[in-house]
Design a protein around this ligand. Structure first.
Ligand code: ZN
Length: 338
């Protein structure tokens, strides 16, 4: 009788209590942010790290100092997410950004050797790889009132998506993203030429017009326009007395300018955007007296995930996986396994 009782207790212990003890031990993210003397100190005690295999540690090139730092992948992502997306955005949008940034990082390391010469995998320059900011600088730029809440959101975005990456046909995707699509993203081949990628197609998103990144304008004098265009095209000439001396000839599927007639030139919208520093290739042009006015919709190249679109979808109840699947056609969100 006594033996039976002991055996029963033993079975109960093994079945119910051991898993609880182990789960607790291995899944504790002891994240404590304390505010002392206006500074935030943070202890992240992650007893178990996700195993990203060869991508556990990355070599990060600081583009300002040209120093290379070895840093674990998810710690690096805290700096990317907090540099790339406003922490005021919805938690699910921040999670989508974390998965996109993790995917982009692994893709760059797997498929390129951009920074091989510098002995690094990826750099901190947003124009080259992804923006990154160190924690101290990040915290000091946030208002003291929001500091703790914002940093917790960033940590949550990275920790609660630990291990997750985006794949298409079981391959890590090239996860482009941008600030605001203007309501419709762009096919990748339209922006950079080359082959189309099935997961980087034009998709529509509602609600992007409510963000400051949605509209902007650039006004140039005729002389300024002349100077800027002649840098790339010395043969440029234009007669403003001629009707249709500036005319949009063709649009892309994503509503951006595909071809613009500008005097004696025919230029792609992508080139005009870069030449005149417009925020996107979705623009209209008007001649107003001595000025040329460009009214621009959206911000960025328009390929892949729109960040304001992600926030807008999250506000209407989408989770991070839905957001990712909205912007990247036919993909899966999976645990990384290398
Ligand atoms: Zn780079």
């Amino acid at each position: 009788m006594k033996n039976l009782l002991l055996i029963t207790l033993g079975v109960i212990f093994i079945t119910f209590l051991l898993p609880i003890i182990f789960t607790k031990q291995f899944q504790t993210y002891d994240t404590a942010v304390t505010l002392e003397n206006n500074t935030v100190t943070n202890t992240v005690n992650e007893e178990i790290q996700y195993n990203y295999g060869e991508f556990n540690t990355i070599k990060l090139l600081h583009h300002d100092t040209m120093e290379v730092e070895e840093i674990d992948l998810d710690t690096y992502l805290l700096g990317v997410v907090s540099a790339e997306m406003p922490a005021s955005y919805e938690q699910e949008a921040l999670k989508a950004q974390a998965v996109v940034a993790r995917t982009y990082t692994i893709y760059v390391i797997k498929n390129g050797n951009k920074h091989e010469a510098e002995g690094a995998d990826i750099c901190t320059n947003s124009a080259c790889c992804q923006a990154w900011i160190n924690k101290e600088d990040r915290l000091s730029k946030w208002d003291e009132l929001n500091r703790e809440e914002y940093w917790n959101k960033i940590e949550k975005a990275v920790n609660e998506t630990k291990g997750k990456i985006i794949t298409y046909n079981n391959e890590v995707i090239d996860a482009f993203f941008h600030a605001n699509s203007g309501g419709k993203t762009e096919n990748v081949s339209v922006v950079w030429g080359g082959a189309d990628l099935p997961y980087l197609q034009s998709v529509e998103t509602a609600g992007e017009e409510g963000y400051t990144q949605y509209s902007s304008e650039v006004i140039l004098t005729k002389a300024e326009l002349d100077e800027m265009v002649k840098k790339n095209h010395p043969e440029f000439s234009i007669n403003y007395d001629e009707e249709n001396c500036i005319q949009i000839l063709e649009y892309t599927e994503g509503n951006r300018v595909k071809t613009l007639k500008l005097g004696n030139l025919e230029l792609s919208g992508v080139e005009v955007r870069s030449m005149l520093s417009l925020k996107s290739a979705n623009f209209t042009v008007q001649i107003e007296g001595d000025n040329i006015k460009f009214e621009v919709i959206g911000y960025g190249h328009g390929v892949g995930m729109s960040q304001t679109g992600a926030d807008s979808l999250a506000k209407s109840g989408s989770g991070y996986e839905d957001i990712i699947k909205h912007f990247y056609t036919g993909v899966e969100v999976k645990d990384a396994n290398f």
